[in-house]
Design a protein around this ligand. Structure first.
Ligand code: G
Ligand code: G
Ligand code: MN
Ligand code: NA
Length: 246
């Protein structure tokens, strides 16, 4: 269809840019990471949200070329960033299920990272549960390889799938991001608080760090701190913005 044709052209003509959102440790009081979020400025359609174009990419066989392009762009920008920042922050990249499960993925990202002199330890790969459903064996092997090299693996949108806990037990993760839908219900009912507390308890069981995303109010931030979650991401602290403004 039309959007597919425009996306193909957009990948060729570089119509994308990257916005970065800060991830803040509220106890230490500093930014510890940046999440890269793709943005598309289409000459024909104007600015299109990834919530709208990423699904079309996935359905159009463009996941790998798009994903590779994003990885290269983010690592190029990170190479510059890490020279300017005195305190090094990590960079998080959203990896689509199709991209992650392609045979070339681990070789590709390792090469692109090391070629730029970037340490894999500084790179966080955000994946969703969907990645694990199709080809669990293949993806878990890829994740094992990547973690051994030093990459941090983050399970994004945690709580929105239906079998997250079994994946946590079977795979090694470094980070878990509580989906913003839970954060938005915080304080509105008791259940949500209890659920978030249970998620935060996984920190010790699995030795992972817990990130709350979609934190918009001081109240949410304070409640999360009381519950034992100190790493927050959301509009309260940072709107996604291009690197030149970080
Ligand atoms: O940035 P937010 O604007 O609206 O993003 C909407 C959705 O698009 C989120 O689920 C986010 O994870 C996803 N997304 C944003 N950037 C990328 C990207 O570079 N790659 C992939 N696969 N998904 C992305
Ligand atoms: O799926 P993923 O978690 O990667 O997507 C992050 C999405 O959340 C992006 O669309 C980003 O723009 C959005 N986002 C980030 N912070 C906030 C926030 O505080 N509130 C809301 N509503 N959305 C947010
Ligand atoms: Mn994400
Ligand atoms: Na998320």
């Amino acid at each position: 269809e039309e959007m597919r044709r425009l996306l193909l052209k957009a990948i060729e003509n570089n119509e994308f840019y990257i916005s970065y959102q800060e991830k803040r440790d509220c106890i230490v009081g500093r930014v510890i990471g940046l999440e890269a979020l793709a943005r598309w400025d289409s000459p024909e359609l104007g600015s299109v949200s990834p919530a709208d174009f990423v699904p079309v990419i996935e359905k159009s066989n463009l996941s790998i070329s798009f994903g590779n392009m994003i990885v290269r762009r983010v690592l190029d920008e990170y190479e510059v960033l890490s020279k300017n920042y005195k305190e090094l922050v990590t960079v998080s990249i959203n990896i689509s299920p199709i991209h992650l499960s392609s045979d070339e993925f681990s070789g590709f990202i390792i090469r692109e990272t090391l070629n730029r002199g970037i340490k894999p330890e500084q790179v966080v790969l955000e994946i969703t549960e969907d990645s694990l459903i199709e080809d669990f064996e293949g993806v878990s092997e890829t994740l094992y390889t990547l973690r051994k090299v030093g990459y941090k693996i983050s399970l994004d949108d945690f709580g929105t799938g239906y079998s997250s806990l079994s994946y946590l037990a079977r795979l090694g993760f470094d980070e878990l991001k509580i989906d913003k839908s839970f954060i938005q219900r915080l304080g509105l009912d008791d259940r949500t608080g209890n659920l978030i507390r249970a998620i935060i308890n996984l920190k010790d069981t699995y030795g992972i760090s817990i990130v709350a995303e979609g934190v918009e109010t001081e109240n949410q931030s304070k409640t999360l701190l009381d519950l034992g979650c100190s790493v927050h991401q959301g509009f309260l602290f940072s709107r996604p913005t291009p690197l030149s403004r970080h």
